[in-house]
Design a protein around this ligand. Structure first.
Ligand code: NDP
Length: 222
């Protein structure tokens, strides 16, 4: 039975990834930062782990708890948007967005990527098309864009380090998705996004290592 690891699975796209992998008969390891969300993930049939991606201690504990696991598919999905205005960001805004979207990846990918490499599996970070500097037509969400661009850089270094060891590592745009972050007017449902992400990940070969892809597999410019 293949194993999926979903980091940030309490709601939205992450929770839907869990639901779909379970429905397909996968063994699913899923993280959430609140105990009640872990209980809900357990009730769905996943193996829950409590993880606040903004806590180094919490990440260290996850590493011990996952010791020996070999995920065939892993998604680093947890993320925050930050301020919706385009005014001056506060230090707190900066710290929250960069800590959650970037520092967490710097700490988590070295824990997860070796496990995925040993499984000769696939690892995805959920980035955003808003990170793209080659396909940018508006300047809203500057702090969020900067954080996801930095996440993309972390992903590329992870791909260079762990691709030769067996992990195929990519950054995904999940679409504009009807979640708490995407809002009700977004283009697609979490089910459509998760189905596309799963199918695209499953179809990747090692040559895709280090790519930036839309959820439907279309390449995106950095
Ligand atoms: P939601 O706001 O619905 O969910 C965000 C998820 O991230 C929640 O599970 C949340 O957990 C988790 N999270 C945030 N901070 C932490 C933390 N410190 N520790 C652990 N978990 C945390 O967003 P989406 O499902 O829409 O977004 C998922 C990913 O997709 C994000 O990375 C987002 O940037 C990206 N994305 C989304 C788009 C969209 O249109 N929706 C478009 C482009 C990218 P909790 O419930 O505990 O807060």
């Amino acid at each position: 039975m293949p194993t999926a690891l979903i980091i940030g699975a309490s709601r939205g796209i992450g929770r839907e990834l869990v639901r779909q992998y379970l429905a397909d008969g996968w063994r699913v390891l899923a993280t959430a930062r609140k105990s009640e969300d872990c209980a809900a993930l357990g009730a769905m049939g996943a193996h829950p782990y409590q993880l606040d991606v903004a806590s180094a201690d919490s990440i260290a504990a996850l590493g011990w708890n996952l010791d020996g696991e070999l995920p065939d598919a892993a998604f680093l999905n947890a993320g925050v948007y930050g301020p919706r205005h385009d005014g001056f960001p506060t230090q707190d805004d900066f710290d929250t967005v960069m800590h959650t979207n970037v520092l967490a990846a710097l700490r988590l990918l070295p824990v997860i990527a070796p496990m995925v490499a040993e499984a000769r599996g696939k690892l995805a970070v959920i980035s955003s098309r808003m990170a793209s500097m080659g396909a940018r037509s508006s300047a809203s969400g500057t702090l969020y864009r900067a954080s996801k661009a930095a996440l993309n850089s972390v992903l590329v270094d992870t791909a260079i380090r762990f691709g030769p060891k067996g992990a195929t590592c990519v950054a995904f745009h999940p679409g504009w998705v009807q979640t708490d972050m995407g809002g009700v007017d977004a283009d697609i449902t979490p089910a459509q996004s998760a189905a596309g992400l799963r199918a695209t990940l499953a179809g990747l070969d090692p040559a895709a290592n280090g790519a930036f892809l839309n959820y439907d597999g279309t390449p995106l410019p950095w």
